[in-house]
Design a protein around this ligand. Structure first.
Ligand SMILES: *Cc1c(COP(=O)(O)O)cnc(C)c1O
Length: 389
């Protein structure tokens, strides 16, 4: 196990998570609730430890994408409210109720299913209504000509037996994009959401306890959208331009080690396809970190990883289990040396830019072969092997 843990691993800094939470809390003010989005195993950071930390420091809600993700948290003693953003099969409604999990209701067909199942059980399911204001994914479509039918559909759901609508929410499509057009689009989505809420509340004569819409971009750029609760994911984990702007810290550091060092003469072709050819005698380090660990192959020959002597270029194609770096003139880099793939010293944003992707994809891509080390109060509190041993 020790050898596996010294190969390639991710360090999850729960102190940085707490710090980010506190800074975001400070920004949103004490009257706005905080929902931490922990879907996709907390964007690859490990949803159990991330959720435990959020629960301890007083976050109000968690969100996941499926009942399996919600059950993982409940079975690991997370008791705080959890919202499922995606659909749940009707057969699972009894578990939602038994484990006190809140379900998003996104359309009439699902509302009917959830209601029927809850009524059969003689129980009540807690729901949040999802409104589609322009994301064009899940939710009651309320844009333009669909306003009245959307509002009517939501009111219908409110009156269905077995359902208790605690909240209502929508999702922004371009709140994290620059430019006037995106600002207008987001403002329009927000106004539409508020109109839907007030029309539904007027017709039904009921008030929602929690209205929410602000994701990462909105928490940073649109304070007027906070309403009763904010719903950031990426910002909490400390990546992207908005995190930089707010001085937040990256929660994950991905590290690997040098497993072999070779010195090649000029003219040596390195790795599959031989696209990298040494132009002089070259010292090359082999790292046990490849695309099966989550390194995007698209970064082959294009990016640098951080050594004790500064950035080292990845040379040649990234393989399934390994990659190679040029460590000429890097005397401190030896077999066993630690290499930072991304983290404080090698920003994930740089890799993303080169790969043409977003930080979300890189942290989610860290595979189960990569163990996680959780750090709290500056000390490793848990080493989690993800393989089924
Ligand atoms: C993923 C997700 C979020 C969080 O998005 P970020 O951009 O990471 O802040 C918020 N709300 C919904 C509905 C989501 O699916």
């Amino acid at each position: 196990m020790e050898s596996t843990l010294r190969r390639t691993w991710s360090e999850i800094n729960l102190d940085a998570l707490k710090y980010n939470y506190e800074v975001i809390k400070e920004k949103i003010g004490k009257d706005v609730k905080f929902l931490g989005v922990v879907k996709a195993d907390a964007y690859g950071h490990g949803s159990i430890n991330v959720s435990k930390t959020l629960e301890e420091i007083g976050a109000d809600y968690l969100a996941v994408s499926s009942i399996d993700e919600a059950m993982e948290l409940r079975l690991n003693n997370i008791t705080m409210p959890i919202l499922i953003l995606g659909h749940t099969p009707r057969e699972q409604v009894s578990r939602l109720i038994e484990y006190n999990i809140t379900q998003a209701v996104t359309c009439k067909a699902k509302a009917v299913e959830y209601s029927e199942e809850a009524v059969k059980l003689g129980k009540t399911l807690k729901i949040h209504i999802k409104v589609d204001t322009g994301m064009s994914r899940l939710g009651y479509l309320c844009e333009g000509n669909f306003f009245d039918t959307g509002v009517r559909g939501i009111c219908e759901a409110l009156n269905m037996r077995g359902l208790f609508a605690e909240g209502i929410f929508t999702h922004f499509a371009v709140s994290d994009e620059p430019g006037e057009e995106c600002r207008e689009y987001t403002n329009h989505q927000f106004k539409l959401f508020k109109d839907v809420c007030s029309e539904v509340e007027r017709i039904s004569g009921r008030k929602f306890l929690i209205k929410h819409c602000a994701n990462t971009g909105a928490v940073s750029e649109y304070p007027e959208t906070y309403m009763d609760m904010v719903r950031p994911g990426l910002l909490l984990y400390g990546y992207g331009e908005f995190a930089r702007k707010m001085g937040l810290k990256p929660v994950m550091t991905l590290k690997t080690t040098v497993s072999t060092i070779k010195i090649y003469p000029e003219g040596t072709h390195i790795s599959y396809g031989g696209i990298y050819v040494t132009d002089k005698t070259t010292r090359v380090g082999v790292l046990p970190y490849g695309y099966a660990d989550g390194f995007l192959r698209a970064l082959s020959n294009k990016c640098s990883l951080m050594t004790a002597n500064g950035p080292a270029r990845v040379c040649g194609k990234i393989c399934m289990d390994m990659c190679m770096i040029n460590i000429n003139d890097m005397p401190d880099v030896e077999v066993g040396s630690e290499i930072e793939v991304f983290g404080e010293n090698n920003p994930i944003e740089t890799l993303c830019e080169i790969a043409g992707t977003i930080p979300y994809e890189l942290t989610c891509a860290v595979s189960k072969r990569v163990p996680r080390k959780y750090i709290q109060n500056g000390k490793i509190i848990e080493q989690e092997l993800m393989l089924r041993m």
